[in-house]
Structure formats: C-alpha cells, structure tokens
Write a protein that binds this ligand. Sequence first.
Ligand code: FPP
Length: 246
Amino acid sequence: MFFQKEAKSFDIDMGNIPSHIAIIMDGNGRWAKKRALPRKAGHKAGAEALEKIISDCRELGVKHLTVYAFSTENWKRSKEEVDAIMDLLRQYLKNYFKRFLQDDVRMKVIGDIRRLDKDIQESILEIEELSKEKNGLCVHIALNYGGRDELRRAICKLAEQAAQGTLRASDITEEVISAHLDTAGVPDPELVIRTSGEERISNFLLWQIAYAEFFFTDTLWPDFDRTSLEEAIYYYQNRERRFGGR
Ligand code: FPP
C-alpha cells in the first residue's frame, strides 16, 4: 500500500543535534490528490504533521525550528486555497499552538504580517507575547515570507538610517545586515529540510542558509514524522562541515 512506510531507525548522536532546523513543508496538495481529497485536507494534515514535529524537535533538544507556512508567492493560489490556509492558521494561533506554552515552547513569526487579516495579526502578537519568556524550543513560523522581501525590508531600514546620517556605508557589516533581518538574534540554520522530492530553495531564508546542510526527501509533508526527522538529523551528523575551510 502506498502509505505503508518501512519502519527504520536511525542511530542519532544526541550530543550533536542541530540547534536550528528549517523546513520547507511541501507536498500537502499531492498528499490530498493521492487520496482524492480536496487540497485543503492536505493542508490540514500538514498542520497536524507540524504539530507533531514541533513536539519531536522539543524532545530532541532542537533550539530553533523555522517552518515555511506561507510564502509571498502563495497569494497567487486560488482564493479558496488561500482562505483555507488562513483559516487553519487562525485555528492554530488561537487554539492548538497555545498547548505548547506548557511545554516551554516559544512562538514567533517571520515575514511581513501587515498583509494578513487584522485578527490573524492580533493572534500573532498575542502568542508572541504570551510565549516570550519560554526558553525551550523556539518555533519561527514564516508567513507572507520571502527571502528577497526580507532583504529588501532590511535594506530599506539601513537606507533610512543612512539618510538620517546615523549610519555610514562602512558600518554595514554582515552582522549589521543579519541584525536587520526578521531572524535578528537567531543563529543560522545548520540543517534545511525540504519534503516532497523538490530540490529548490524557493526564496526561503536566502541570507541565513549560506552554510547550511540540505536534506531533500521524497516524503510528502503530511507523512513526515519522527523517523523522517531522525533520518534528516542522521544525514546532517554524517556530513563533514567545513565552512569553506579544509
Ligand atoms: C506546500 O504544499 C504547503 C504550503 C504552501 C502550505 C504549508 C502549510 C501548512 C503545512 C499548514 C500550515 C499551517 C499552520 C497552522 C502554520 P503544496 O500545497 O505546495 O503541495 P503540492 O506541491 O503537493 O501541491
């Protein structure tokens, strides 16, 4: 049967868990199509998979998890599909994500949230505020996010400071650029995962992934589970990371 997965286990080193994992959660539509379900059922299953992966990352000791939930390009999808994703997001922000507060999980959003409905913006600010003292896993949800748009917004902030005379061109170091991105203060991801067999970055964290390892898997996002996560971490642990040196 196509949804029967081979049970495998991966001998991961708990002393070498990546501190920041970023995930492009792809394949919800194909997962639904295989089951003759509407695309929104795929997104619902995708949100459930995300809930489990958040718990798994927390248990494994990952410090930051960044997930690509809605890109600046995703507005081009049908209104019906965009509305379905936004409704899911509403539900998760207002209810399901709050369950993680008892597990010391912090929630943050990256991306330009000004284009989202007002009530969603309010729920984002609420959950960010409620979870701001949490010290376990920090989940960064990318919403109306695009790597180029994030860089454009950072450059605008720097240009404004230059125009006011508070910043010189020579002050613009890599650290200054990083500090003006949505991910300011967050270490760069060491591991990027993309599901569903696609091997593209699709405008995700363009600046931050300079030295990341990439794990691509054919597994569709709703089927991505603890074993899949451990497989990705095992792959990462067996890569030799040289950062351009020897
Ligand atoms: C990609 O699959 C997935 C998305 C564009 C949306 C991701 C959203 C979720 C996982 C749900 C998020 C929910 C919350 C609560 C944050 P696709 O539709 O591109 O799949 P396809 O390539 O098979 O068509």
